[in-house]
Design a protein around this ligand. Structure first.
Ligand code: BES
Ligand code: ZN
Length: 390
């Protein structure tokens, strides 16, 4: 049955694929607006809960049985660092993996980037060192300093402003980054009193996958995308776009026999490390073994590449190519997203996206093009039809 919606029904389907359904770009805009209305959908926050509730309600309205899969995981949270040198406070960003505690000591300005050779003739035991950013990884700078008995590390940026950095593992002493503007002066302040406090806590996150089905049998295909976003970013393209494309495809297929054999899953906790998709795969080993395909839709609202990018299993890529000859192959892995845990479990996967836009993970991630989303949804639909042998 064709579901006509008053107002803007995308004529795209006919032009693009000759398919018999039409995505409603108007309804998709309303969906994105609803998802964005509460601010960033960071897993475990009220905004993510509201988004999950909205998606469940819409999927139920479309005729699906909807379940939440709740799960928990721990996430570190930076409560802000306090750095004082010679009585003056400096803005400082904790390096991810930094030890979380307060230390005090005398400042030693290390002439260089904090490699072993830079410490020649310096005594840093019990002191706080300042080193320049660059040449060697943050983790290596901190290791070199801690090995020599330093109690804290201040990395001075080698370009204007502040950045976020990581030690790539757990460091043994507090370590922060300061801007070049504020930090340059430290190299003339050896001997000054330093107080450095890094405050990082572990918090338990409560996430929820939204799972929609119509049939009673195990699914043969999973279509989905993540609905969570990173702190500070509205997540319009990443990934309200894929979420809403999944939702609208579910609406389009609701009355088709394909919906009896497909589950639509909106994953939570992706941005913190693919938690939702990993927990789904872990919790459903038998179901996962029976899947013919997992189709992941992530970042399909902003056109960066000339044609639709499709990553994943080569046999399925060939199917996508039949549906839409212009798609280009991203190979087995490009950007990590919710298809990855399924692929690791041996499921054939496809990952649909239009490229990494400049607003990725930024407060400016507000743009989305519903016609592009509709066009993508038609390709995903075509793949579902062919995988299930229309
Ligand atoms: N949406 C991105 C993945 C992506 C990258 C899609 C490029 C399209 C093009 C996803 O939300 C993300 O940020 N993934 C992280 C890894 C994840 C495990 C935190 C990444 O790719 O760095
Ligand atoms: Zn994403």
């Amino acid at each position: 049955m064709i579901r006509w919606v008053p107002g803007a029904v995308a004529a795209l389907s006919v032009m693009f694929l000759g398919a018999s359904v039409a995505f409603s770009t108007e309804r998709m805009s309303a969906d994105v607006t609803a998802l964005l209305s509460q601010g960033p959908r960071v897993a475990g926050t009220p905004s993510a809960v509201a988004a999950g509730d909205y998606l469940a309600l819409e999927l139920r309205k479309a005729g699906y049985t909807v379940e939440f899969q709740p799960f928990t995981y721990s996430r570190t949270r930076d409560l802000g660092s306090l750095l004082n040198v010679g009585g003056a406070n400096l803005e400082a960003n904790a390096l991810t993996g930094s030890a979380s505690r307060k230390v005090e000591g005398e400042l030693v300005a290390v002439p260089g980037v904090g490699a072993a050779a830079d410490y020649t003739g310096l005594e840093v035991r019990g002191k706080v060192v300042a080193v320049r950013r660059g040449v060697i990884p943050f983790g290596e700078k901190v290791r070199q300093a801690a090995e020599r008995g330093a109690v804290g590390v201040i990395v001075v940026n080698n370009a204007p402003g502040l950045v976020r950095g990581t030690l790539g593992g757990a460091g043994t002493v507090p370590a922060v980054l300061v801007s070049q503007e504020r930090g340059d002066a430290l190299f003339q302040q050896s001997g000054a009193r330093v107080s450095l406090e890094v405050r990082i806590v572990d918090e338990q996150v409560q996430g929820r996958n939204v799972i929609a089905k119509r049939g009673t049998a195990a699914p043969e295909v999973v279509v989905g995308g993540h609905y969570d976003s990173v702190p500070g970013a509205p997540g319009a393209n990443d990934n309200a776009s894929g979420t809403v494309t999944t939702l609208e495809l579910a609406r389009q297929l609701a009355d088709s026999p394909l919906a009896q054999r497909t589950w639509f899953i909106l994953f939570d906790g992706e941005e913190d490390g693919l938690w939702g998709s990993r927990r789904f795969v872990e919790a459903n080993p038998e179901l996962v073994r029976g899947l013919k395909a997992m189709l992941n839709i992530d970042m399909v609202g902003v056109k960066v590449s000339q044609t639709l990018g499709v990553g994943g299993t080569s046999s399925l890529f060939e199917v996508a190519k039949v549906v839409e000859p212009s798609v280009f192959s991203m190979g087995a892995s490009n950007g990590s997203s919710d298809h990855a845990p399924f692929a690791s479990a041996g499921v054939p996967v496809l990952f649909f996206h239009w490229g990494l836009d400049p607003n990725y993970h930024q407060p400016s991630d507000t743009a989305y093009d519903t016609a592009l989303m509709a066009q993508t949804g038609q390709v995903v639909r075509g793949v579902v039809e062919r995988v299930l042998g229309r």
